[in-house]
Design a protein around this ligand. Sequence first.
Ligand SMILES: Cc1cc2nc3c(=O)[nH]c(=O)nc-3n(C[C@H](O)[C@H](O)[C@H](O)COP(=O)(O)OP(=O)(O)OC[C@H]3O[C@@H](n4cnc5c(N)ncnc54)[C@H](O)[C@@H]3O)c2cc1C
Length: 656
Amino acid sequence: MAKGARDAGGRIERFCPATGIDRDGDEWIVKTPKGDIRCEFVVNCAGYYAQRVGEMFKPFGGRTVPMVVMSHQYFLTEPIAELEAWTKEVGHKVPLVRDVDISYYLRQDKHGLNLGPYERNCRAHWITPDDPMPEDFSFQLYPDDLERLEFYIEDAMARVPILGTAGVGRNINGPIPYAPDGLPMIGPMPGVKNAFEAHNFTFGIAQGGGAGKVLSEWIMHGQTELDMWAVDPRRYTGFTDHDYCLSKALETYGHEYAMHFPHHTWPAGRDKKLSPVDDKVRALGGQMGAYNGWERANWFAKEGDDTSEEATQTWDRNGPWAKRIRDEVEAVRDGVGVLDLPGFSRFNLSGDGAAEYLRGKISGGLPKVGRMTLGYFPDNRGRVLTEMSIMRHDEDFFTLITAATAQWHDFDALNNGLPEGLSLTDHTDAYSTLIVTGPESRALFERIGTKADLAAPWLTIQPAEVADVNCALARVSFAGELGWEIHAANADMPALYAAVLSGGAKPFGMYALNAMRIEKGYRAWKGDISTDYTMFEAGLDRWVKLDKPQDFPGKAALAAQKQSGVKKRFVTMVVEAGDQDAPFMSTVYHGGEVVGETTSGDWGYRVDKSIALGTIRSDLATAGTELEINIFGRMCKATVQPDQPLWDPQNERLRA
Ligand SMILES: Cc1cc2nc3c(=O)[nH]c(=O)nc-3n(C[C@H](O)[C@H](O)[C@H](O)COP(=O)(O)OP(=O)(O)OC[C@H]3O[C@@H](n4cnc5c(N)ncnc54)[C@H](O)[C@@H]3O)c2cc1C
């Protein structure tokens, strides 16, 4: 790679540490002992030193890089004569063995073997003030820690006896950076303009080529060919303190080869952000999951339900939660339910010209004052950068609401190009939301004393008083029933939640909500919605107004795609799924040929069917087409549905 860079005109200056950073107009000045380097863009790619280098960016809006340095060891055997003879005879090495249960890899290194475990009893380094990171650790290693390896070596020797025939050649114990989820950070540096990151690589030799491609796309084009949210540095927001990073890094490293079962929630680094009614939700049996640090109930257990972590070690849809999800969905379908939803990302945009600014960002139209709509923000290739709910309080005053995890990403989407004079502020931590939904929800609001116009139609917003508490009501339901969201200041939430519960609402959780939204074909952020698809490919034609006078990102690209034809289309599929529903990114086949992929899947309890949303070749996207979806290795028959929600296709229940 260094040769490639030099051949292309790059200059590599070795032994030249960056000691500080400054700005001069539009330029960065990187300070080094060999002199200043001026540049338009700068990248923090300091490996396990990324947190230290990240500190230099704090005066320019940067944050502490969420990471921890782990020790990773592998040991090499002496050459093994039998292996050497075999390799010479066949002309290649033995295949790599990866034992995902015991948690190690074993591969041939020259004529010996290399064993590298990811131990449960792993270790982080340089994590306390009395053990600071050395100024320079280049070309150095930690002392051997063979005790930690013993169990793995013994197990590997039992499985691959040839390993035991050779002596230990050398042990390597080196520093390896870990972000809380063990994935690298490649993309825009949160909070800092014209600065990027490419660090926290745990398999950086293997990942280097792809990382370079993605990083250069970010720098050259401000966007990437494939959706790169999984490694976007903005996926972590402000809650990632040192304790969180440490406990997650230990958990992630120790489970590097673990299965990620669909109903399993990882226990480390929890309770970082709590709802104003968190204690009440747990007292009601809430089984919690973390959403960008916010704890929300996934489902509500009853006395005697198995709520152990072991029970979640299954790919199956059914488990102790299934009956409860069904009860929760049926309560919402037939009566009224309440879901406590802390952590919706929430921004206010105001000032003269705010409406015109937003019109230039979204592909569709704005709501009238007192109403709300979904706003889609395409990138300049017409791909779906994000979706936000837009609430309009006044001509030039909006609240935009988006997924918890989208907080920094979507703030950037709004802030990028914000003209002088407009105000954009983040209110995520100050307010919270309750979803109150089901055919009985209007009666509930009347029962508990509500000062609001409960006849105001679907997609209206209004200030209100519920049980004498000030709040705002938005007539919308992600569950697809009659319903309202209550938005209120945190301090007012306990009284509101108590009032709604006393009015007879049954608490429901995120699993029930997901099951219901998928029956409506409502998209989930960075699952169904991503820059892997254009607005047309994502089936969002209804939100594209090519005839509106304002230009918006991707308008020309979308017009061109409309002319040339859309090759992929978003569809809803009903799947003969057996015991497991389609996960994100299952491959879709037609006549043995790959024709697309799922973007989400779940059981729909109101229609009693397994549902998958996905994107397939557009010539197949007609109702009745039979396909196959590979679900965890099983080929399952799937049928394309008409282009309308499976539940309440005319939205009559929503509008009731
Ligand atoms: C024991 C062990 C085995 C491994 N095995 C594998 C494997 O088999 N396959 C694989 O893919 N990966 C493996 N890895 C991981 C791999 O080595 C790393 O992911 C990779 O080296 C990360 O590359 P990087 O460029 O991001 O960071 P680094 O290699 O850490 O490079 C960062 C550079 O930044 C420099 N730097 C730091 N601060 C400054 C500053 N202020 N100014 C200027 N420069 C600075 C450092 O000197 C360093 O040269 C292993 C790691 C270990 C420890």
